[in-house]
Design a protein around this ligand. Structure first.
Ligand SMILES: C[S@@+](CC[C@H](N)C(=O)[O-])C[C@H]1O[C@@H](n2cnc3c(N)ncnc32)[C@H](O)[C@@H]1O
Length: 249
């Protein structure tokens, strides 16, 4: 698939730097490059992402109740951390290499998109969107609506956000490694905490709150005991990107 075709899978195609990194078992930095102007929007440090949960990860997890679903789990550090704290935790990821690597460490993970049919729909107690995964699919509102449907009444979502509180970017990006190997383009979003608080309320969550740990920012919110009627989608929400799929500060 060529780099200018929207809807490519996250960081795949082209020179496939994410898969190479996962399969090579190497740590490294991957950059998120905006297709329109070639600028680097973010960097992901996969030393931290592939390893163990750090202090800020654990603070974000808090007293998360199981079952916990980590969406876009990569090699599964948050699934392992959640499993140590709650009765059950599982990750999902569209990257076969990420799922293989998670499973190789004994971490429960399914090769599945968040937009696919999943086990325990409507019964998860906690859903995690860490490491900028609010970007998945390029439409935070659609993603939050999907997460809302996956959660049980009073279930909670934990979303890592950008520090730039009003950031609200939906675009096509590629991923590039240190050697310049670049993926095909895929839709992704970047959102600050105030943007996510608003989007969570729009998606029917209650009690949306901003939590800071170290230099990282999170939004937590809950599904009300009784699910409310949702507000209509703003006209602009679906216009940018049809296909559904940080630097840590
Ligand atoms: C920024 S990386 C986060 C990596 C991960 N949290 C970690 O600990 O390494 C985004 C992850 O989301 C996954 N992803 C992208 N689209 C997805 C989708 N539609 N459903 C599930 N996972 C997806 C990617 O394959 C990738 O592993």
């Amino acid at each position: 698939m060529s780099a200018d075709v929207p809807g490519s899978r996250f960081a795949a195609g082209g020179a496939d730097p994410y898969t190479r990194m996962l399969e090579g078992g190497r740590d490294g930095v991957l950059q998120l490059r905006r297709l329109t102007n070639g600028e680097i929007a973010e960097e992901w440090n996969f030393v931290a992402l592939g390893g163990s949960a750090d202090r800020d990860d654990l603070a974000a997890l808090g007293a998360a109740e199981g079952p916990v679903l980590d969406v876009g789990c990569g090699p599964g550090r948050m699934v392992r951390a959640a499993a140590e704290r709650s009765s059950a935790a599982m990750g999902i990821d569209v990257s076969p290499a990420a799922v293989r690597r998670a499973r190789a460490e004994g971490t429960p993970a399914l090769e599945r998109s968040i937009f696919d049919r999943l086990p325990l729909e409507g019964r998860w107690r906690t859903v995690l969107l860490m490491d900028g995964n609010i970007g998945i699919g390029g439409d935070p509102r659609a993603l939050l609506l999907r997460c809302h449907d996956l959660l049980a009444p009073e279930g909670r979502i934990v979303v890592e956000t950008d520090a730039d509180r009003d950031l609200d970017e939906r675009s096509l990006f590629t991923v590039v490694d240190a050697a310049g190997r670049e993926s095909d383009a895929f839709p992704w979003a970047r959102a600050g905490w105030r943007t996510v608080v608003r989007a969570a309320r729009d998606a029917g969550f209650s009690g949306a709150a901003h939590v800071r740990s170290g230099s990282r920012h999170f939004v937590t919110a809950a599904v009300p005991r009784r699910r409310p009627t949702r507000t209509a989608a703003p006209a602009t929400a679906t216009a940018a990107i049809q296909s559904p799929a940080s630097t840590r500060g």
